[in-house]
Design a protein around this ligand. Structure first.
Ligand SMILES: Nc1ncnc2c1ncn2[C@@H]1O[C@H](COP(=O)(O)OP(=O)(O)OP(=O)(O)O)[C@@H](O)[C@H]1O
Ligand SMILES: [Mg+2]
Length: 321
C-alpha cells in the first residue's frame, strides 16, 4: 500500500525578484516500509519538497500553491496548524540537514529529548528518563546517562547527528524523512550512521525518504529513487533499473561519475552549463539548455509530461514521446 502519495505538488517563494518555483509539479509515491531516495544537485528543491510534506515551508515567503500530499489517504495540504502538529508528533518526522539547527544550544540533550518524548508520548518522571536512555541506546550512544547531561556543543558531529536521529524517532513515526543526514559527518561515521538508519527502519518497519546529492548513498540505501532537477522530478525508477538503464539525459550525465560512498562530495558530477535560476525557467524542457540532443524540438514544445517507459520507470523527456 502507498503510505504517502504526493501529487503535482507546487511550492513557490514569492520574492522581490519574482516567483521562485522551488517545487514545481512534483509527484511520487512511497510504500509502507520502503526507502525512497530523492537525489539532485544543490538547489533543485529536495529540502523544500520535504518541508512541504512536513508543512514547514519557510514563511512568509514560501507557500504550497498547488497539489496534494496524501498521507494514508488524508490530504496534509488541507490540515490546520493544530492537526499538523499532531501528525508531526505521531506519523511523520524529519531529520534536518544541519544537526545544529535542530538542537538548542542552551538546553541539555536530556532536556531536549525528554521534551520531545513528553509531547509525543506523554510519559512523566522516571519512566520518561528511562525511555530517553533507551532511545539513546537504540542509536548506539555509548554512555546514554552521560550524554543526557551533555550540552550539544560537548558532543562530536557524529554523536550530535545520532541525538538528532534519536529525537526524530522518539515519537515513533511511521514515515521518517532524512535530509542529507550525513553531509556533516566524516566517511566512517557516515557509513555507521547509514547502517543505523537502516537498522532503525527494519526494526520499526517505517517508510523512509532519503534525500541526498550522492548516488552512491542512493544505491546503498534505497529501493526506488527520484531524480530532481530545477524543482521537477525528471525520472523515477527502482534503483537497479535507474543505475542500469538511466533514461533521462540528466540522470545519464550524473551517472557518468557516480561518487563512491567513501568519497566526500559537495557537488555532483560536472555537467556542461548551469542549472537554471528557478525564477527564470527556460520555456519548454528545463534541461534543454544543457542537453545535447534535439535541442530545437525540446525548446519549442512544452515541458515533457512524465511517461512510463518500463514497469515503474517514469521519465520526463521528449525522446520517449
Ligand atoms: N527561505 C527561502 N526563500 C527564498 N528561496 C528559498 C528559500 N529557501 C530555499 N529557497 C530556494 O528554493 C530552491 C530550492 O531549495 P532547496 O533548499 O529545496 O534545495 P535543495 O535541493 O535541498 O539543495 P541542497 O542540496 O543545497 O540542500 C532554491 O533555489 C533555494 O534558493
Ligand atoms: Mg537541501
Amino acid at each position: 500500500m502507498d503510505f504517502l502519495e504526493v501529487n503535482e505538488l507546487k511550492t513557490y517563494f514569492f520574492t522581490r525578484r519574482g516567483i521562485l518555483k522551488a517545487v514545481d509539479g512534483v509527484s511520487f509515491k512511497v510504500k509502507e516500509g520502503e526507502t525512497f531516495g530523492l537525489v539532485g544537485e544543490s538547489g533543485c528543491g529536495k529540502t523544500m519538497t520535504a518541508l512541504s510534506i512536513m508543512r514547514l515551508v519557510p514563511e512568509p515567503g514560501g507557500r504550497i500553491v498547488g497539489g496534494e500530499i496524501l498521507l494514508q489517504g488524508e490530504n496534509l495540504v488541507k490540515k490546520n496548524g493544530k492537526e499538523m502538529r499532531k501528525i508531526r508528533g505521531s506519523k511523520i518526522s524529519m531529520i534536518l540537514q544541519d544537526p545544529m539547527m535542530s538542537l538548542n544550544p542552551v538546553f541539555t540533550i536530556g532536556n531536549q529529548l525528554t521534551e520531545a518524548i513528553k509531547i509525543h508520548i506523554g510519559l512523566k518522571g522516571q519512566s520518561l528518563w528511562d525511555r530517553a536512555k533507551k532511545i539513546l541506546q537504540m542509536v548506539h550512544i555509548p554512555s546514554p546517562e552521560v550524554c543526557l547531561k551533555n550540552w550539544p556543543h560537548q558532543l562530536s558531529g557524529g554523536m550530535r547527528q545520532r541525538v538528532v536521529g534519536a529525537i526524530s524517532i522518539s515519537c515513533e513515526p511511521r514515515l521518517l524523512i532524512a535530509d542529507e543526514p550525513t553531509t556533516s559527518l566524516d566517511a566512517t561515521i557516515q557509513i555507521q550512521y547509514l547502517r543505523l538508519l537502516q537498522e532503525l527502519q527494519n526494526q520499526a518497519g517505517l517508510s523512509l525518504i532519503f534525500i541526498t546529492h550522492d548516488f552512491g548513498i542512493i544505491a546503498r540505501m534505497c529501493q526506488r529513487a527520484a531524480v530532481m532537477y530545477a524543482g521537477k522530478i525528471v525520472e523515477i525508477a527502482n534503483v537497479k533499473e535507474l543505475f542500469d538503464h538511466p533514461a533521462h539525459p540528466y540522470t545519464q550525465a550524473l551517472m557518468k561519475s557516480v561518487p563512491k560512498v567513501e568519497e566526500r562530495v559537495e557537488r555532483l558530477a560536472s555537467i556542461q552549463g548551469q542549472p537554471p535560476l528557478l525564477h527564470h525557467l527556460p520555456p519548454g524542457c528545463i534541461f534543454a539548455p544543457r542537453c545535447g540532443s534535439e535541442k530545437r524540438k525540446c525548446q519549442l514544445n512544452e515541458y515533457p509530461p512524465s511517461i512510463e517507459i518500463k514497469n515503474g520507470h517514469w521519465v520526463s523527456c521528449w525522446r520517449y514521446h
